[in-house]
Write a new protein. Sequence first.
Length: 173
Amino acid sequence: MLANLVMTVIGPDRPGIVEALASRVARHGGNWLESRMCRLGGQFTGIVRAEIPPAKIDELTQALRSLEADGLRIHLHIEKADRPAVAGTLATLAFVGQDRPGILLQISGVLSSHRVNVEELASERISAPMDGSMLFQARATVLLPPDLSLASLRTGLEKIATDLMVDVQLQPK
């Protein structure tokens, strides 16, 4: 049985970071399963999930820690067994509106009050095509609990969408 390893990585961006991580995982018998990586504010940021033989965990941990000398900060979380799948309905949530503080706070507040889990979230601030003003847009994959309908969540989001002046779209995945 393989252990599940999840690592977060942050540090000054430079070429070769992904290769350094991937080579250490591979050299220690690991299998890179999924990742999300990007450059944010001049920093390389990433999360990686890999499988690793339990006997190789300590060696891989030391190999990854060696990258900290180059300014990377790495946090590891290791589970010896897979967690059971969570029940519910996956949906895609997208919203866009004039940028201002608090948009994500209010949207996430509605999600939290309905016990909706954010599985994945990407957001950015962009220039509006017509007038150059700043827009805030986000796209998320969310997991609704089994007792919550898409219609109920949509109603909750629509209640705040007008006040926030954002367009909200919620679709089953």
